[in-house]
Design a protein around this ligand. Structure first.
Ligand code: NOJ
Length: 566
């Protein structure tokens, strides 16, 4: 046995039958759009819905099936739309309901479904429910939110903290009570224990479902069962009851995709959310592969050095856990995370190679891949130098708190360059034109200066681009059932530099090998992986056969060989 093979993974797993019920989203690839930063059609510097519609041909040619639109609802934009003041209207900067309906209809003609972001843990403080609620006890909407009397010393009722820094409670001076907000003080948490709140939300969801949307991405959905007085926020005791009720009352009878954002998800709870007899969600976003890289005390603001063995162990654990039931989402990035190629790849020496390697590893796993806008052209983190260039409320709050606590502003910016959410939110780089072709006006946040070389126009005309690599991977999922349903097995689990796995379905076997380093890496291929077949994809010269002996992998080299038995 090779020194890097993990004992526990050494036993070769037997291919299982594919899931009994096949779903359309098993073969789908989702593309996430952060509307504010995608395409500005009217020159106000802010991306909008007509901008998205104008790029449907681009998305169609990439091959994606679904667009997840980050929130487009009416909002004061304290948290860029994750603070909704009217669930049944569109923010004017993004367009109108007519623009939205047009997008849905036109996308359908392109074979693309629109998944909306469902933000129902909280609303904006400008939502009419909250405006009423804050009028005081006795108001019919008081119990739509979570109000508590001050602690004996007049301070917050308990120690719950907001994800954006500071206490999760704000005192409302009018009534002398505190309201709960797990995010900004302008995002009061809804009281899910109130059946009237749940009824209103289900009504609203059905209203959108009637507009022919293809599903919902559910914002921090693991928070809705919270037990505030026990300081229990995630995975509360009634969470799954609420989700089953929601399923029954809204989308259960429809063939849509639902994905819950669940930072607390474990393989066990993922089966509760997405197990085949559970009637809850299609899948969840789990974040273990993200959070295992964070510092125990300072979290994402002080990432640990990259460790491939840990990353592999987390990803493989999830592949194994949801092998026969439930379903995985697959993603490297989203609007809250740094750019994948900056985090896991090498943007200076091996930009294209490492971006393609990451895509290969992710897209050939079992699950539904999510591509975050710009990832398909290898967009990178942005090297802002001052806090004034950042726009995100989380970063601005954290900057204040950290600097007050004694961190130098330079050190904070260094951390933010690696971890801040604005890394993912700089405008989509369409071309080498001014502002990357994103807007004819002044963009709401600066465009990354590397748009002159990293842009969609250049990528689409280059046969060997990252974009074309994504395109191939996305297409393979449609033509190769082994990618969709094949049994996953990892190999060489303890190898510090190389990720190796196989997928097996009937007589098809896919061997995937990826070097995660900027160095040449000699690899002893386990004899069980010796294969001769067809190179499905590679970021260097295609390789059709693997001898069961030593090979040399080039920097960030990744390839997949498909063998099809007789
Ligand atoms: C998770 C979203 O992804 C994030 O962008 C947002 O700030 C919080 N939830 C609050 O809605």
């Amino acid at each position: 046995m090779d020194q890097f093979q993990d004992q526990s993974a050494a036993a070769i797993r037997q291919p299982q039958a594919p899931p009994v019920v096949r779903k359309w989203w098993h073969t789908a690839t989702v593309y996430q759009i952060y509307p504010r930063s995608f395409c500005d059609s009217n020159g106000d510097g802010i991306g909008d819905i007509p901008g998205v519609t104008s790029k449907l041909d681009y998305l169609k040619s990439l091959g994606i099936d679904v667009i997840w639109l980050s929130p487009i609802y009416k909002s004061p934009m304290d948290d860029n739309g994750y603070d909704i003041s009217d669930y049944r209207d569109i923010a004017p900067e993004f367009g109108t309901l007519a623009d939205f309906d047009h997008l849905v209809a036109k996308a359908r003609k392109h074979g693309i479904g629109i998944v909306l972001d469902l933000v129902v843990n909280h609303t904006s403080d400008e939502h009419p429910w909250f405006v009423e609620s804050r009028k005081g006890p006795g108001n019919p909407f008081r119990d739509f939110y979570i109000w508590r009397k001050p602690a004996e010393d007049g301070g917050p009722p308990n120690g719950l903290m907001s994800s954006f820094g500071g206490p999760a409670w704000t005192l409302d001076s009018e009534t002398g009570e505190y309201y709960l907000h797990m995010f900004s003080r302008r995002q009061p948490d809804l009281n899910w224990e109130n059946p009237e709140v749940r009824r209103e939300i289900y009504r609203m969801m059905n209203w959108w479902l009637e507009r022919d949307i293809a599903g919902f991405r559910m914002d921090v959905i693991d928070y809705i069962g919270k037990q505030v007085d026990q300081e229990l926020v995630k995975d509360g005791p009634r969470l799954h009851e609420y989700l089953q009720e929601m399923n029954r009352e809204t989308f259960g009878s429809r063939n849509i995709l639902t994905v819950g954002e669940c930072w607390s998800a474990t393989p066990g709870s993922a089966l509760l959310y997405s197990g085949r007899d559970r009637n809850e969600l299609s899948m969840v976003f789990q974040f273990e592969h993200v959070t295992q890289q964070w510092d125990e005390v300072y979290g994402k603001w002080r990432p640990k050095p990259f460790d491939l063995v840990t990353l592999k162990s987390v990803l493989s654990k999830w592949q194994y856990a949801l092998s026969d039931d439930g379903w995985n989402s697959l993603f490297w990035g989203n609007h809250d995370l740094p750019r994948a190629v900056s985090r896991y790849g090498d943007v200076t020496g091996y930009h294209a190679e490492s971006a393609k390697m990451l895509a290969t590893v992710l897209h050939l796993m079992k699950g539904t891949p999510f591509v975050y806008q710009g990832e398909e052209i290898g967009m990178t983190n942005v090297p802002f130098t001052t806090i004034e260039q950042y726009r995100d409320i989380e970063t601005i709050n954290m900057h204040r708190l950290h600097v007050e606590a004694g961190l130098s502003p330079e050190d904070f910016i260094r951390g933010a360059n690696e971890s801040a959410r604005d890394n993912a939110r700089t405008p989509m780089q369409w071309s080498a034109a001014l502002h990357g072709g994103f807007t004819k006006g002044v963009p709401w946040i600066e465009v990354n200066a590397n748009y002159a070389t990293i842009n969609a126009e250049a990528a689409m005309t280059d046969e060997s681009s990252i974009w074309n690599h994504y395109r191939k991977l996305i297409a393979f999922r449609k033509t190769h059932p082994v990618i969709v349903y094949g049994l996953y097995q990892s190999w060489l689990d303890q190898h510090p530099d190389v990720f190796v796995y196989t997928r097996t379905l009937d007589k098809d076997r896919l061997v995937v090998i990826a070097n995660f380093t900027p160095r040449e890496v000699p690899l002893t291929v386990p004899c069980e992986l010796a294969v001769s077949g067809k190179c499905l994809i590679s970021n260097y010269e295609p390789i059709d056969a693997l001898p069961g002996e030593n090979i040399d992998l080039k920097p960030y080299e990744a390839f997949a060989i498909l063998s099809q038995g007789p």
